[in-house]
Design a binder for this molecule. Structure first.
Ligand SMILES: *Cc1c(COP(=O)(O)O)cnc(C)c1O
Length: 410
Protein backbone atom coordinates (compact mmCIF):
# COMPACT_ATOMS: atom_id res chain seq x y z
CA UNK A 1 0.00 0.00 0.00
CA UNK A 2 1.50 3.31 -1.11
CA UNK A 3 1.07 6.36 1.10
CA UNK A 4 1.00 9.97 -0.11
CA UNK A 5 3.54 12.61 0.81
CA UNK A 6 3.29 16.37 1.10
CA UNK A 7 3.61 18.79 -1.83
CA UNK A 8 7.17 19.66 -2.95
CA UNK A 9 7.65 23.36 -2.13
CA UNK A 10 7.23 25.42 -5.32
CA UNK A 11 10.04 27.77 -4.22
CA UNK A 12 12.70 25.36 -5.43
CA UNK A 13 13.68 24.82 -9.03
CA UNK A 14 13.54 21.33 -10.42
CA UNK A 15 15.75 21.85 -13.48
CA UNK A 16 16.13 18.98 -15.90
CA UNK A 17 14.56 16.79 -13.27
CA UNK A 18 17.11 17.71 -10.61
CA UNK A 19 16.46 19.67 -7.44
CA UNK A 20 18.44 22.91 -7.33
CA UNK A 21 18.84 25.04 -4.21
CA UNK A 22 20.11 28.61 -4.76
CA UNK A 23 21.28 27.66 -8.24
CA UNK A 24 23.14 24.51 -7.32
CA UNK A 25 22.00 20.93 -7.62
CA UNK A 26 21.58 18.90 -4.49
CA UNK A 27 24.48 16.75 -5.66
CA UNK A 28 26.73 19.82 -5.89
CA UNK A 29 25.84 20.94 -2.37
CA UNK A 30 26.40 17.45 -1.26
CA UNK A 31 29.78 17.14 -2.93
CA UNK A 32 31.00 20.32 -1.24
CA UNK A 33 29.67 19.81 2.26
CA UNK A 34 29.24 16.09 2.74
CA UNK A 35 26.31 14.15 4.08
CA UNK A 36 23.90 14.62 5.67
CA UNK A 37 23.45 18.36 5.23
CA UNK A 38 20.75 20.92 5.85
CA UNK A 39 20.80 23.62 3.14
CA UNK A 40 18.85 26.83 3.82
CA UNK A 41 18.07 29.32 1.04
CA UNK A 42 17.77 32.86 2.46
CA UNK A 43 16.11 34.14 -0.72
CA UNK A 44 13.06 32.05 0.19
CA UNK A 45 12.94 33.66 3.64
CA UNK A 46 13.23 37.14 2.11
CA UNK A 47 10.35 36.35 -0.25
CA UNK A 48 8.24 35.19 2.70
CA UNK A 49 8.90 38.40 4.56
CA UNK A 50 8.06 40.50 1.49
CA UNK A 51 4.77 38.61 1.20
CA UNK A 52 4.00 39.32 4.86
CA UNK A 53 4.78 43.02 4.44
CA UNK A 54 2.60 43.37 1.37
CA UNK A 55 -0.37 41.58 2.94
CA UNK A 56 -0.36 42.99 6.48
CA UNK A 57 -1.58 46.43 7.50
CA UNK A 58 0.85 49.14 8.65
CA UNK A 59 1.44 49.12 12.38
CA UNK A 60 1.81 45.33 12.53
CA UNK A 61 5.38 44.33 13.31
CA UNK A 62 6.89 41.02 12.32
CA UNK A 63 8.80 39.06 14.95
CA UNK A 64 10.86 35.96 14.32
CA UNK A 65 10.47 33.11 16.84
CA UNK A 66 14.10 32.09 17.14
CA UNK A 67 13.42 28.58 18.38
CA UNK A 68 12.23 27.57 14.90
CA UNK A 69 15.81 27.85 13.66
CA UNK A 70 18.57 29.49 15.69
CA UNK A 71 21.41 28.68 13.22
CA UNK A 72 23.58 31.80 13.57
CA UNK A 73 24.13 32.61 9.85
CA UNK A 74 20.39 32.22 9.22
CA UNK A 75 19.63 34.45 12.19
CA UNK A 76 22.07 37.05 10.85
CA UNK A 77 20.29 36.95 7.49
CA UNK A 78 16.77 37.23 8.86
CA UNK A 79 17.35 39.81 11.61
CA UNK A 80 17.62 42.95 9.44
CA UNK A 81 14.35 41.98 7.74
CA UNK A 82 12.20 41.62 10.88
CA UNK A 83 11.17 44.06 13.60
CA UNK A 84 11.82 41.87 16.60
CA UNK A 85 13.16 38.55 17.83
CA UNK A 86 11.20 36.36 20.25
CA UNK A 87 13.34 34.02 22.32
CA UNK A 88 12.52 31.27 24.77
CA UNK A 89 15.70 30.67 26.80
CA UNK A 90 18.75 32.44 28.15
CA UNK A 91 20.78 30.78 25.39
CA UNK A 92 18.53 32.15 22.67
CA UNK A 93 18.54 35.54 24.39
CA UNK A 94 22.35 35.67 24.26
CA UNK A 95 22.25 34.75 20.59
CA UNK A 96 19.56 37.33 19.82
CA UNK A 97 21.48 40.07 21.62
CA UNK A 98 24.33 39.50 19.17
CA UNK A 99 21.98 40.47 16.35
CA UNK A 100 19.32 42.91 17.52
CA UNK A 101 18.96 45.74 20.06
CA UNK A 102 17.49 44.51 23.35
CA UNK A 103 14.46 46.79 22.99
CA UNK A 104 13.25 44.66 20.08
CA UNK A 105 13.77 41.31 21.83
CA UNK A 106 11.16 39.59 23.96
CA UNK A 107 11.72 36.53 26.10
CA UNK A 108 8.82 34.13 26.72
CA UNK A 109 8.79 30.63 28.16
CA UNK A 110 7.97 28.99 31.46
CA UNK A 111 10.57 28.33 34.14
CA UNK A 112 12.87 31.28 33.55
CA UNK A 113 15.61 31.14 36.15
CA UNK A 114 16.70 34.19 38.12
CA UNK A 115 19.97 34.32 36.19
CA UNK A 116 18.02 34.47 32.91
CA UNK A 117 15.67 37.16 34.25
CA UNK A 118 18.68 39.17 35.35
CA UNK A 119 20.41 39.04 31.96
CA UNK A 120 17.20 40.19 30.26
CA UNK A 121 16.63 43.01 32.77
CA UNK A 122 20.22 44.26 32.57
CA UNK A 123 20.12 44.16 28.76
CA UNK A 124 16.70 45.82 28.55
CA UNK A 125 14.89 42.99 26.76
CA UNK A 126 11.17 42.51 27.43
CA UNK A 127 10.21 39.59 29.64
CA UNK A 128 6.89 38.02 28.70
CA UNK A 129 6.04 36.87 32.20
CA UNK A 130 4.37 33.49 32.50
CA UNK A 131 3.16 33.67 36.12
CA UNK A 132 2.66 36.07 39.01
CA UNK A 133 5.60 34.42 40.76
CA UNK A 134 7.90 35.09 37.82
CA UNK A 135 6.78 38.73 37.68
CA UNK A 136 7.55 39.15 41.39
CA UNK A 137 11.00 37.61 40.96
CA UNK A 138 11.60 40.12 38.17
CA UNK A 139 10.50 43.00 40.46
CA UNK A 140 12.95 41.85 43.13
CA UNK A 141 15.84 41.56 40.66
CA UNK A 142 14.99 44.96 39.19
CA UNK A 143 14.92 46.50 42.70
CA UNK A 144 18.35 45.09 43.54
CA UNK A 145 19.76 46.40 40.26
CA UNK A 146 17.92 49.72 40.31
CA UNK A 147 16.43 49.00 36.87
CA UNK A 148 12.71 49.01 36.03
CA UNK A 149 12.23 45.66 34.25
CA UNK A 150 10.36 45.69 30.95
CA UNK A 151 7.49 43.26 31.47
CA UNK A 152 4.70 42.09 29.18
CA UNK A 153 1.98 39.79 30.47
CA UNK A 154 1.66 36.56 28.58
CA UNK A 155 -2.01 35.66 28.70
CA UNK A 156 -3.35 32.11 28.72
CA UNK A 157 -6.32 33.01 26.53
CA UNK A 158 -9.78 31.58 26.78
CA UNK A 159 -9.71 31.11 22.99
CA UNK A 160 -8.12 28.37 20.93
CA UNK A 161 -6.70 28.48 17.45
CA UNK A 162 -9.14 26.12 15.75
CA UNK A 163 -7.49 23.57 13.50
CA UNK A 164 -4.01 24.24 14.83
CA UNK A 165 -1.55 21.45 15.39
CA UNK A 166 -1.11 22.47 19.00
CA UNK A 167 -3.78 24.05 21.13
CA UNK A 168 -2.57 26.33 23.85
CA UNK A 169 -5.61 28.28 25.01
CA UNK A 170 -8.87 27.89 26.87
CA UNK A 171 -7.57 25.28 29.27
CA UNK A 172 -5.08 24.82 32.08
CA UNK A 173 -1.63 25.67 30.75
CA UNK A 174 1.94 26.09 31.93
CA UNK A 175 2.10 29.05 29.50
CA UNK A 176 0.86 32.47 30.45
CA UNK A 177 -1.44 33.81 33.13
CA UNK A 178 -5.09 32.84 32.91
CA UNK A 179 -6.99 35.63 31.15
CA UNK A 180 -9.22 36.16 34.17
CA UNK A 181 -6.17 37.01 36.35
CA UNK A 182 -4.19 39.01 33.78
CA UNK A 183 -5.57 42.49 34.46
CA UNK A 184 -4.74 42.16 38.17
CA UNK A 185 -1.16 41.36 37.27
CA UNK A 186 -0.95 44.37 34.95
CA UNK A 187 -2.04 46.56 37.88
CA UNK A 188 0.57 44.92 40.11
CA UNK A 189 3.29 45.53 37.52
CA UNK A 190 2.34 49.17 37.20
CA UNK A 191 2.12 49.59 40.98
CA UNK A 192 5.61 48.10 41.28
CA UNK A 193 6.81 50.77 38.84
CA UNK A 194 8.05 48.23 36.38
CA UNK A 195 7.84 49.17 32.68
CA UNK A 196 4.67 47.45 31.51
CA UNK A 197 5.06 46.64 27.80
CA UNK A 198 1.66 45.12 27.04
CA UNK A 199 0.24 41.68 26.30
CA UNK A 200 1.49 38.53 24.59
CA UNK A 201 -1.37 36.31 23.47
CA UNK A 202 -0.42 33.13 21.61
CA UNK A 203 -3.34 30.84 20.83
CA UNK A 204 -1.73 28.02 18.83
CA UNK A 205 0.61 26.83 16.10
CA UNK A 206 0.64 25.25 12.61
CA UNK A 207 -2.79 26.44 11.49
CA UNK A 208 -3.55 26.22 7.77
CA UNK A 209 -7.19 27.29 7.98
CA UNK A 210 -7.11 31.00 7.15
CA UNK A 211 -10.64 31.56 8.47
CA UNK A 212 -9.62 30.07 11.81
CA UNK A 213 -6.64 32.44 11.96
CA UNK A 214 -8.90 35.39 11.12
CA UNK A 215 -11.34 34.41 13.89
CA UNK A 216 -8.54 33.92 16.39
CA UNK A 217 -6.96 37.28 15.61
CA UNK A 218 -10.32 39.02 16.01
CA UNK A 219 -10.89 37.26 19.33
CA UNK A 220 -7.32 38.12 20.42
CA UNK A 221 -7.86 41.81 19.66
CA UNK A 222 -11.12 41.77 21.59
CA UNK A 223 -9.45 40.03 24.52
CA UNK A 224 -6.59 42.56 24.55
CA UNK A 225 -9.12 45.40 24.62
CA UNK A 226 -11.12 43.78 27.43
CA UNK A 227 -8.04 43.13 29.57
CA UNK A 228 -6.76 46.68 28.98
CA UNK A 229 -10.11 48.10 30.09
CA UNK A 230 -10.05 45.91 33.18
CA UNK A 231 -6.49 47.00 33.96
CA UNK A 232 -7.31 50.63 33.21
CA UNK A 233 -4.26 51.09 30.98
CA UNK A 234 -3.36 51.13 27.29
CA UNK A 235 -0.79 48.52 26.27
CA UNK A 236 2.21 49.82 24.30
CA UNK A 237 2.35 46.52 22.37
CA UNK A 238 0.02 43.61 21.80
CA UNK A 239 1.72 40.53 20.42
CA UNK A 240 -1.13 38.76 18.62
CA UNK A 241 0.70 35.43 18.42
CA UNK A 242 1.12 33.79 15.06
CA UNK A 243 0.49 30.19 14.27
CA UNK A 244 0.63 30.42 10.47
CA UNK A 245 1.29 26.88 9.27
CA UNK A 246 2.98 25.44 6.20
CA UNK A 247 1.77 22.55 4.03
CA UNK A 248 3.66 19.52 5.34
CA UNK A 249 1.31 16.76 4.23
CA UNK A 250 -0.69 15.54 1.25
CA UNK A 251 -3.83 17.68 0.88
CA UNK A 252 -2.43 20.60 2.88
CA UNK A 253 -2.69 24.03 1.27
CA UNK A 254 -0.88 27.27 2.21
CA UNK A 255 -2.50 29.94 4.38
CA UNK A 256 -4.05 32.87 2.53
CA UNK A 257 -2.06 35.89 3.71
CA UNK A 258 -4.17 38.31 1.69
CA UNK A 259 -7.33 37.17 3.45
CA UNK A 260 -5.70 37.36 6.88
CA UNK A 261 -4.19 40.80 6.20
CA UNK A 262 -7.50 42.23 4.93
CA UNK A 263 -9.40 40.98 7.97
CA UNK A 264 -6.75 42.29 10.33
CA UNK A 265 -6.85 45.68 8.61
CA UNK A 266 -10.58 45.83 9.21
CA UNK A 267 -10.16 44.65 12.80
CA UNK A 268 -7.53 47.28 13.55
CA UNK A 269 -9.51 50.04 11.86
CA UNK A 270 -12.43 49.40 14.20
CA UNK A 271 -10.45 48.55 17.34
CA UNK A 272 -11.44 49.71 20.80
CA UNK A 273 -10.20 53.19 21.69
CA UNK A 274 -8.05 51.84 24.52
CA UNK A 275 -5.88 50.25 21.81
CA UNK A 276 -5.69 53.41 19.70
CA UNK A 277 -1.97 54.02 20.40
CA UNK A 278 -0.98 50.36 20.62
CA UNK A 279 1.49 48.69 18.26
CA UNK A 280 0.84 45.13 17.22
CA UNK A 281 3.14 42.25 16.41
CA UNK A 282 2.81 38.84 14.85
CA UNK A 283 5.43 36.28 15.81
CA UNK A 284 6.23 33.58 13.30
CA UNK A 285 8.69 30.72 13.19
CA UNK A 286 7.98 27.92 10.76
CA UNK A 287 6.05 30.05 8.26
CA UNK A 288 9.15 32.22 7.80
CA UNK A 289 11.85 29.55 7.67
CA UNK A 290 10.33 26.07 7.35
CA UNK A 291 10.23 25.99 3.57
CA UNK A 292 13.71 27.44 3.03
CA UNK A 293 15.45 24.29 4.25
CA UNK A 294 16.13 20.92 2.64
CA UNK A 295 17.70 17.95 4.40
CA UNK A 296 19.93 16.01 2.00
CA UNK A 297 21.01 12.52 2.96
CA UNK A 298 22.77 9.76 1.02
CA UNK A 299 21.50 6.25 0.49
CA UNK A 300 23.85 3.78 2.19
CA UNK A 301 21.95 0.59 1.59
CA UNK A 302 19.01 -0.70 -0.36
CA UNK A 303 17.29 -3.85 0.80
CA UNK A 304 14.09 -5.79 0.43
CA UNK A 305 12.40 -7.42 3.38
CA UNK A 306 9.29 -9.55 2.91
CA UNK A 307 8.21 -7.53 -0.09
CA UNK A 308 8.96 -4.03 1.30
CA UNK A 309 11.87 -2.07 -0.19
CA UNK A 310 13.94 -0.01 2.22
CA UNK A 311 16.27 2.82 1.27
CA UNK A 312 18.58 3.22 4.25
CA UNK A 313 20.17 6.66 4.48
CA UNK A 314 23.07 8.09 6.48
CA UNK A 315 20.76 10.60 8.18
CA UNK A 316 17.78 9.99 10.39
CA UNK A 317 15.57 11.21 13.17
CA UNK A 318 18.59 12.29 15.21
CA UNK A 319 18.81 15.21 12.75
CA UNK A 320 15.25 15.56 11.50
CA UNK A 321 12.97 14.18 14.19
CA UNK A 322 9.90 15.96 12.86
CA UNK A 323 9.98 14.11 9.52
CA UNK A 324 9.79 10.81 11.42
CA UNK A 325 6.50 11.94 12.94
CA UNK A 326 7.80 11.99 16.49
CA UNK A 327 7.69 15.75 17.14
CA UNK A 328 4.22 16.92 18.06
CA UNK A 329 2.07 14.97 15.63
CA UNK A 330 -0.65 12.48 16.51
CA UNK A 331 -0.72 10.55 13.23
CA UNK A 332 2.49 9.85 11.34
CA UNK A 333 2.33 11.29 7.81
CA UNK A 334 4.96 11.77 5.16
CA UNK A 335 6.82 15.03 4.66
CA UNK A 336 7.56 16.02 1.04
CA UNK A 337 10.38 13.80 -0.19
CA UNK A 338 12.25 13.31 -3.49
CA UNK A 339 15.15 11.53 -5.12
CA UNK A 340 17.25 14.65 -5.64
CA UNK A 341 18.56 13.92 -9.14
CA UNK A 342 15.23 12.65 -10.43
CA UNK A 343 12.54 14.99 -9.11
CA UNK A 344 10.91 15.16 -12.51
CA UNK A 345 10.97 11.42 -13.12
CA UNK A 346 7.99 9.16 -12.87
CA UNK A 347 7.59 7.10 -9.71
CA UNK A 348 8.32 3.47 -10.44
CA UNK A 349 8.42 1.82 -7.04
CA UNK A 350 7.14 2.02 -3.50
CA UNK A 351 9.88 2.38 -0.89
CA UNK A 352 10.35 3.32 2.73
CA UNK A 353 13.19 5.70 3.51
CA UNK A 354 14.66 4.83 6.89
CA UNK A 355 17.47 6.42 8.86
CA UNK A 356 20.55 4.74 10.27
CA UNK A 357 19.39 4.62 13.88
CA UNK A 358 18.71 1.29 15.54
CA UNK A 359 15.07 2.03 16.33
CA UNK A 360 11.92 1.39 14.30
CA UNK A 361 10.93 5.01 14.95
CA UNK A 362 13.57 6.12 12.47
CA UNK A 363 11.40 6.17 9.36
CA UNK A 364 11.73 9.35 7.30
CA UNK A 365 9.25 8.35 4.59
CA UNK A 366 6.77 5.51 4.89
CA UNK A 367 5.89 3.51 1.72
CA UNK A 368 6.13 6.38 -0.76
CA UNK A 369 6.14 6.14 -4.57
CA UNK A 370 9.48 7.37 -5.95
CA UNK A 371 11.64 6.89 -9.01
CA UNK A 372 14.27 4.15 -8.66
CA UNK A 373 17.14 5.18 -6.37
CA UNK A 374 20.29 3.29 -5.51
CA UNK A 375 23.16 3.34 -3.08
CA UNK A 376 24.99 6.68 -3.36
CA UNK A 377 21.95 8.63 -4.56
CA UNK A 378 20.66 11.59 -2.56
CA UNK A 379 17.28 11.74 -0.88
CA UNK A 380 15.88 15.23 -0.22
CA UNK A 381 13.45 15.76 2.64
CA UNK A 382 11.77 19.14 2.42
CA UNK A 383 10.44 21.58 5.03
CA UNK A 384 13.62 21.15 7.03
CA UNK A 385 14.13 24.85 7.75
CA UNK A 386 12.23 24.86 11.06
CA UNK A 387 12.42 22.52 14.05
CA UNK A 388 15.19 20.46 12.43
CA UNK A 389 18.59 20.11 14.03
CA UNK A 390 17.83 21.81 17.33
CA UNK A 391 14.54 19.97 17.79
CA UNK A 392 16.15 16.57 17.23
CA UNK A 393 18.02 14.22 19.61
CA UNK A 394 21.41 14.74 17.96
CA UNK A 395 23.35 12.89 20.66
CA UNK A 396 21.24 9.74 20.38
CA UNK A 397 23.34 6.80 19.19
CA UNK A 398 26.53 8.78 18.76
CA UNK A 399 26.35 9.53 15.05
CA UNK A 400 28.05 12.68 13.71
CA UNK A 401 26.20 15.99 14.02
CA UNK A 402 24.62 17.22 10.79
CA UNK A 403 26.16 19.97 8.72
CA UNK A 404 24.16 23.16 8.17
CA UNK A 405 24.74 25.60 5.31
CA UNK A 406 23.19 28.94 4.49
CA UNK A 407 23.18 29.07 0.70
CA UNK A 408 24.41 32.11 -1.12
CA UNK A 409 23.35 32.36 -4.72
CA UNK A 410 26.06 31.27 -7.14
C1 LIG B 1 7.12 28.24 19.28
C2 LIG B 1 6.44 29.53 19.39
C3 LIG B 1 6.23 30.30 18.25
C4 LIG B 1 6.60 29.86 16.87
O1 LIG B 1 5.70 28.90 16.41
P1 LIG B 1 5.69 28.52 14.85
O2 LIG B 1 4.68 27.45 14.74
O3 LIG B 1 7.07 28.06 14.51
O4 LIG B 1 5.35 29.74 14.09
C5 LIG B 1 5.66 31.54 18.41
N1 LIG B 1 5.30 31.98 19.63
C6 LIG B 1 5.47 31.25 20.75
C7 LIG B 1 5.06 31.80 22.06
C8 LIG B 1 6.05 30.00 20.68
O5 LIG B 1 6.20 29.28 21.78
Amino acid sequence: MTKPFGPLPPEFAYQHGSLTIAGRTATEWFAQYGSPVFVYDPAIIAARIALFRSAMPAGVDLHYAVKANPYAPLLAAITPLVDGLDVASGGELALALDHKPAASISFAGPGKRDAELKVAIVAGATLNVESEGEARRAFAIGDRLGIAPRLAVRVNPDIELRGSGMKMGGRPSPFGIDAERSAALVREIRDAEADWRGFHIFAGSQALDSEAIVETQAATLALAARLSDEAGASPPLVNLGGGFGIPYFAGDTPVDLGRIGDALSDGLASRASILAETRFAIELGRWLVGECGVYLTRIVDRKVSRGETFLIVDGGLHHQLAASGNFGTVVRRNYPVAVAHATGAEATETVSVVGCLCTPLDRLADRVALPRADVGDVIAIFLAGAYGVTASPTAFLGHPAPIEVLATAS
